[in-house]
Write a protein that binds this ligand. Structure first.
Ligand code: ATP
Length: 261
């Protein structure tokens, strides 16, 4: 199947620091793809670039065949070659809001839930674009069947939830906008191993049963590779390895650097 998300040679800078150095990757429709890498490798920066929160210094990002972010027409080779492409690139610099409405939803690192709101209010927030109250209620019910514990906690303030429950709520909130592509930034961060396992099994279900394409960034390489079809390895702003996840699990370099074997 074709790529739902395509990242082509992107560069992102923070002042003098080049956080992403010509990164390319692609996420096929219907798949689960993971990106593993150590602290500071540039993983979060990549997710932020995809949702339009960090500007590109070079390269472009396409979703479903449409350019959603680019460094601007001057920087792209195709634009130099073709004025029509140039015009298209200029026209397709989208805001985060617009990117979300096209069908990309991000679960940010650290979960960022609205702590003083109840679980149900948080879920409603996730569907703020939906004007039909019936649709919102149906979506909330769907989330309660995917995450039964959230139904039990529906009237509780989010701050009273455990870390695992907050992560489930953050994922459910992201799903409320019915995304085609779900981006997850370190869903296992700070959680106990059993909870991590549970969260990742739900991520698999979301992919299998709801047909949502998943791109996840994770430091826990073992669970990320076990849950995904393909994987990329990032080191200091570069993709250094790319393969089917099952093969990466057997790769000596991955074993030594990320699996502690
Ligand atoms: P982590 O797991 O800690 O989130 P990461 O792989 O997601 O790590 P990034 O957060 O993307 O890495 O950071 C990549 C590089 O960019 C690091 O060197 C980091 O210090 C730097 N960086 C990230 N955000 C900023 C910022 N807002 N200003 C300056 N430098 C930044």
């Amino acid at each position: 199947m074709g790529a739902l998300l395509s990242v082509d040679n992107i560069v992102v800078r923070y002042g003098n620091i080049t956080a992403l150095k010509r990164v390319s990757l692609s996420v096929p429709q219907g798949s689960v793809v993971c990106l593993i890498g150590a602290n500071g490798a540039g993983k979060s920066t990549l997710l932020k670039a995809i949702v339009g929160l960090e500007p590109l210094a070079a390269g472009s990002i396409s979703f479903d065949g449409r350019v959603i972010a680019s460094a601007g027409a001057e920087d792209t080779e195709s634009a130099q070659a073709d004025w029509r492409a140039k015009r298209a690139v200029r026209a397709e610099k989208l805001t985060t809001d617009r990117i979300v409405s096209l069908g990309i939803s991000l679960v940010p690192e650290g979960r960022r839930v609205f702590a003083d709101m109840t679980v149900e209010e948080n879920l409603e927030m996730g569907a703020f674009r939906e004007r039909d109250a019936g649709v919102v209620l149906r979506k909330i019910d769907e989330m309660y069947s995917l995450f039964p514990i959230l139904k039990e906690r529906r009237r509780q303030k989010t701050r009273s939830l455990s870390g695992g429950e907050q992560q489930m709520m953050a994922i459910a909130r992201a799903l409320m906008s019915s995304p085609r592509l779900l981006l997850l930034d370190e869903p296992g961060l700070g959680l106990a191993p059993l909870i991590i396992k549970h969260i990742f099994s739900i991520i698999s279900r979301i992919n299998r049963e709801e047909g949502v394409t998943v791109f996840l960034v994770e430091q826990n390489a073992k669970i990320a590779l076990n849950t995904s079809d393909r994987g990329y390895v990032m080191e200091t702003g570069n993709i250094v390895l790319e393969d089917v996840s099952a093969r990466l699990l057997e790769n000596d370099r991955v074993k030594a650097a990320y699996l502690g074997e």
